[in-house]
Design a binder for this molecule. Structure first.
Ligand SMILES: Cc1cc2nc3c(=O)[nH]c(=O)nc-3n(C[C@H](O)[C@H](O)[C@H](O)COP(=O)(O)OP(=O)(O)OC[C@H]3O[C@@H](n4cnc5c(N)ncnc54)[C@H](O)[C@@H]3O)c2cc1C
Length: 408
């Protein structure tokens, strides 16, 4: 039997090293800084120190090849280490595998020219630059990138970009943006109308209008105007008309990377639920002894278990260069909804404490909400799954290839 759910020794070791680093070094430092109400400079210095610590311990860039200074792990192994890192605030940033840089690194590794890699990817990997991904526009449905209105027009040796974006996460403080813009409005296939560009954020005309205030607070997701932003021809990323394809290649692993981080959060919420339920006494017994509460635990466990299997299988398919679209869509939908439900249950069991900011659950619930919208909303993934199901059925008479292609 070839089915083996254990990780090779080197992956298991990497996971345990990251767990230990997070538990023994990162988390105590974060708690110390929070306890001291440390200022911005103290935070910066501490985080720089922790990032250096991650490099020294060899847990830097788990998702990147060794020649780029990374751990060279495959995406299945990255699933294991990411789920560990996310249990600690800023954990992914400390080891330089945070969104959106992580997805941008994958994209550039795949599509960038050697010069682009040297100029933009290398400093990103070294932790000397930050980046953002600028696709969604307020005026048109982000769910359908063929509607993008931002234009890029050739002028001599340059492209001139004009448009309006928002929710470009991390744009403030980023050194460059990967921008999706329309270059070929007349292309017969709608998916061939857009191209991707590397745009330095200090380029004249790259204007941050405001930080969009969200239910998660301010900052983080700016609205941007591109006013006659000029970039040299060599800043096109990938081929002309390849913006859609680039987005698809980027979003497979990037969506899965989100799922991996969410699994860590789900596990944390479930453990908090169990812990609280076993300590809180009400109406003659502990909450953990009440069937209504046990069902919350069990349903969360069922959904978490399915989440892990889905993520591992989708990662396995990506790593082995197999068709993965249905599996990634299913994983993204299922894990995002499990995150929402599990954090909500944990918050419920914590009562007023869960609703307060004395517990991390309230913030976790707010963060969980965007998981069902960003990187493809629930309904768009369901649409895609249904489409792939019908295609599989119509071409083979079976849905099997669209539900994992498992030998069952
Ligand atoms: C926290 C956060 C961070 C983000 N970061 C980035 C980023 O870094 N870069 C970036 O470019 N974008 C980013 N986004 C934007 C995100 O990718 C878009 O919100 C998403 O693609 C949906 O686009 P939209 O908001 O325009 O919603 P719309 O496309 O207008 O869709 C709204 C709703 O309509 C429904 N819907 C849409 N299409 C269908 C359909 N075919 N069938 C049925 N129902 C449908 C869904 O319920 C959907 O939620 C971020 C969003 C959030 C919330």
């Amino acid at each position: 039997m070839a089915i083996d759910f254990t990780f090779p020794e080197e992956v298991e070791n990497a996971r345990l090293v990251i767990r230990k680093f997070m538990q023994d070094t990162v988390r105590p430092k974060m708690e110390e800084l929070r306890g001291q109400s440390a200022g911005r400079d103290a935070w910066r210095e501490a985080i720089d120190g922790l990032r250096q610590g991650a490099r020294d311990m060899g847990v830097w860039l788990p998702h990147m090849p060794e020649e780029w200074g990374g751990m060279g792990l495959g995406i299945t192994a990255v699933a294991a280490v990411s789920a560990e890192a996310v249990k600690t605030p800023m954990g992914p940033y400390i080891i330089n595998c945070q969104a959106p840089d992580e997805g941008n690194m994958h994209t550039m590794l795949h599509f960038a020219t050697d010069d682009q890699k040297e100029k933009w990817l290398k400093p990103l990997c070294d932790g000397k630059m930050r980046s953002c991904f600028s696709m969604t526009e307020p005026e048109v449905a982000g769910s359908d990138p063929t509607l993008i209105q931002t234009t890029a027009v050739e002028d001599g040796d340059e492209w001139v970009i004009n448009g309006h974006k928002w929710f470009t996460s991390g744009a403030r403080g980023a050194d460059f943006a990967i921008v999706i813009a329309r270059t070929d409005p007349d292309a017969e296939i709608a998916q061939a109308r857009n191209s991707a560009f590397i745009v330095p954020t200090d380029a004249p005309g790259f204007d941050i209008v405001r930080d969009v205030e969200t239910m998660g607070g301010g900052g983080g997701h700016p609205e941007i105007r591109y006013n006659d932003v000029r970039v040299p021809k060599e800043n096109m990323l990938g081929r002309r008309g390849g913006g859609h394809e680039l987005g698809q290649v980027r979003l497979g692993p990037a969506r899965l990377a989100h799922c991996m981080r969410w699994i860590g959060q789900i596990e944390m919420a479930l453990e908090m639920l169990i812990d609280r339920a076993q300590k809180r006494f009400s109406h003659g017994s502990y909450l953990s002894e009440k069937q209504g509460i046990q069902w919350m635990m069990s349903e969360s466990a069922l959904e978490l278990y399915a989440s892990k299997l889905m993520v591992l299988h989708a990662a396995y398919k990506i790593e082995n260069k197999m068709e993965f679209r249905a599996e990634v869509s299913m994983a993204k939908h299922h894990v995002a909804n499990t995150l929402w439900k599990t954090v909500d249950r944990a918050l419920q069991v914590h009562g007023a404490l869960g609703y307060s900011n004395d517990s991390p659950l309230a913030q976790m619930l707010i963060q969980a909400r965007w998981a069902r919208i960003a990187d493809g909303s629930d309904e768009v993934h369901l649409m895609r799954i249904a489409d792939l199901l019908m295609r599989a059925y119509n071409s083979t008479g079976s849905v099997n290839s669209a539900v994992g292609g498992l030998p069952l």
